[in-house]
Design a protein around this ligand. Structure first.
Ligand code: 6PG
Length: 627
């Protein structure tokens, strides 16, 4: 990959000298930014006036165009003071991943002395001072002390920029491997690490590198120290190891090898509270920590996942180009990756994503079972689901259709699979979090508990004989009723998921942007769907989906069908907890006078917990002696 190396720093730091030497050393073209000023800037400067941001705008854009044109054919070096971050943003526009920064750093006295020692040079103190005042420290640049000899500066640049890796991937499981290939396919120079476990995990990184041509430039390690030392500083290391205690062990293993300002990214399904703890802990060690949700499974990780990073925003800016480049892209070509918010908010929304995923999966399981009861075989179920694509398109609908088509010999594979659903814990955490936050995520709980019920296979079989299954009526519903019930429940599911996110955002002051969250879930992730695409716009105007006119109309339109389907299922002893919960929830959340008055009276009766009265708006608490 061709790169542009911007050598930056205050006037007099030696940019041009170093730039020219490096250009010879690397045999790539050199450009002095000062040669590209428009006539008006030259006139202004020669009349002794300082340039302002407006004067610089066009000039920086010219340098950006120069860089873009150059790197089509070759790498190049451009020197330019680029003291402000916004100048650097213009210089690297559209070429972030091809841009490398070298910042020549010296003290005021050192530079002042140097410049004024040059023959025919005099820099007034005021001018140099204003340069130092303007300088905004670049965070992602290779910082080089100008006290080093020029030759040593060149050597350092060569070592750090040309041979070291830009990004490290720790843990080569299924997801880690796919992310490595994705990064390498996007032209990033990466280092990959997998531990050595005698007889179990041997030469994993080396063998993986040998397997794929895109990894020819990647470095493979099973030694932590060598891995860390192969990375450019500040180091960027993404951990793709099992969530839980393993993350803490890995952090401890890495810590002795890291330097201040290095960045660790946890890309696993970690618990958001742990992510905050790890952030705080690593802050004490001067290491940045970013917790990020990554969704899309193996294929998503390879071709473009949805990425949900949170934590230290400054550190995020330093890894942004990597994460955004490898992520999926939305309908407008924008990355399905955005800085979500502080602390563990990225892992929180990934957790809720998985909760919503559990429900979407459960609903598809329920509706396909209803279709089966309606007499459809797996091929017919697949056809029905396929026909729903035009109104209810989603990734999960698509894969469920394919699942029902899959045959093993003469029989459908789906019918041979043991009916016990597994889980890795994120649905459990979502349910716990919603209970802790006091948010009624009833569908997520219901989908989770359905998996738990499924797990009691032996007891289910045993109890079946004790309770007669009474078919009281024919299933008096159409496939269109089933589709509408499904659509209804999906809207309620998304309402509950985003409600949970909105409440957490308020409680923890995360200031999350629901529309952006929906946007990064429109592609790459497991719950991508046309409904999610609609929600991007909906959440631009409200944080409550059920106040949106179009969605209100849909819910009202689908409600008769869900009532019919759920009651028919109950009459036929068919268990459909998520569909049932959807209509129960809508009835609950739209009830103006709920049964909670009775609960309050009961609480006051046995525990003197008091109650408030409808005829007293002051919020006063009342207690009655009920006997
Ligand atoms: C994703 C998935 C992914 C994983 C789940 C499965 O977004 O890519 O959610 O994270 O498949 O962890 O969770 P269960 O094993 O709990 O179903």
């Amino acid at each position: 990959m061709n790169n542009v190396i911007f050598i930056i720093g205050v006037s007099g730091c030696g940019k041009s000298t170093i730039g020219k030497m490096l250009s010879k050393n690397l045999n790539i073209p050199f450009f002095d930014g000062d040669d590209f000023h428009p006539e008006s800037n030259v006139l202004k400067m020669s009349s002794g006036q300082a340039l302002n941001d407006n004067d610089r705008q066009g000039w920086l854009e010219t340098l950006n165009t120069l860089a873009k044109n150059q790197i089509v054919n070759n790498s190049c070096i451009i020197v330019c003071s680029a003291l402000k971050q916004k100048y650097r943003d213009i210089l690297s526009r559209d070429i972030h991943k091809e841009t490398k920064w070298v910042h020549l750093v010296g003290s005021f006295e050192q530079i002042f002395k140097r410049v004024n020692a040059r023959p025919n040079h005099f820099m007034p103190t005021k001018l140099l001072k204003s340069q130092f005042d303007t300088l905004e420290q670049p965070k992602d640049a290779l910082q080089i002390d100008i006290s080093l000899s020029p030759i040593n500066i060149i050597k350092t640049i060569n070592k750090e920029l040309m041979t070291t890796s830009q990004f490290g991937l720790f843990g080569l499981g299924v997801m880690g491997k796919s992310l490595c290939r994705n990064l390498a396919n996007n032209g990033f120079k990466i280092s990959m690490f997998n531990r050595h476990v005698e007889g179990v995990e041997e030469d994993v990184a080396k063998n993986f590198k040998a397997q794929y041509s895109e990894l020819s430039q990647a470095e493979a390690f099973d030694d932590i120290s060598a891995f860390v030392n192969s990375l450019q500083q500040p180091r960027r290391i993404m951990l793709m190891v099992n969530a839980g205690k393993t993350i803490d062990y890995v952090i401890e293993d890495l810590l002795p090898h890291l330097s201040e300002n290095d960045i660790l990214i946890d890309g696993g399904n970690s618990n958001y509270t742990k992510t905050k703890e790890r952030c705080d802990y690593l802050k004490t060690k001067h290491i940045h920590f970013i917790g990020t949700g990554v969704s899309g499974g193996e294929e998503g990780a390879l071709k473009g996942p949805s990425i949900m990073p949170s934590g230290d925003q400054e550190a995020y800016n330093n890894v942004k180009v990597f994460l955004e480049t490898i992520s999926a892209k939305d309908n407008n070509g924008l990355p399905c990756c955005t800085y979500v918010g502080p602390e563990g908010s990225g892992h929180f929304i990934k957790m809720v994503h998985n909760g919503v995923e559990y429900v979407e999966m459960q609903l598809l399981a329920e509706v396909s079972t209803i279709l089966k009861i309606l007499g459809q075989n797996p091929d017919e179920i697949a056809n029905t689901l396929d026909s729903w694509k035009s109104t209810a398109s989603s990734y999960l609908l698509e894969i469920t259709t394919a699942i029902f088509q899959k045959k093993e010999g003469d029989n459908w594979l789906v019918n041979k699979i043991l009916d016990k659903a597994g889980n890795k814990g994120t649905g459990n955490w979502t349910t716990i979090a919603s209970a802790q936050l006091g948010v009624p995520s009833t569908l997520i709980a219901s989908a989770l508990f359905s998996r738990y019920v499924s797990f009691y296979k032996e007891e289910r079989v045993q109890l079946h004989d004790n309770f007669k299954t009474i078919i009281t009526s024919e299933m008096n519903i159409t496939t269109n009723d089933v589709l509408e019930a499904y659509q209804f429940a999906r809207i309620i599911n998304h309402y509950q998921g985003f409600k949970l996110i909105a409440e957490a955002s308020n409680k923890f002051a995360w200031n999350l942007n629901l529309s952006e969250i929906a946007r990064i879930w429109t592609n790459g992730c497991i719950i991508r769907s046309t409904l999610m695409e609609d929600l991007v716009e909906v959440f631009k105007h409200t944080s409550n989906m059920l106040t949106n006119k179009a969605l209100i109309e849909q819910v009202n339109q689908y409600k008769p069908a869900v009532k019919k389907v759920v009651s028919q299922c109950i009459l036929n002893d068919l268990t459909t907890p998520a569909l049932s919960e959807a209509i129960q929830f809508l009835n609950g959340i739209t009830t103006t006078y709920a049964s909670a008055n009775v609960i309050q009276a009961q609480r006051d009766y046995f525990g003197a917990h008091t109650y408030q009265r409808l005829d007293d708006q002051s919020g006063k608490s009342y207690h009655t002696n009920w006997n």
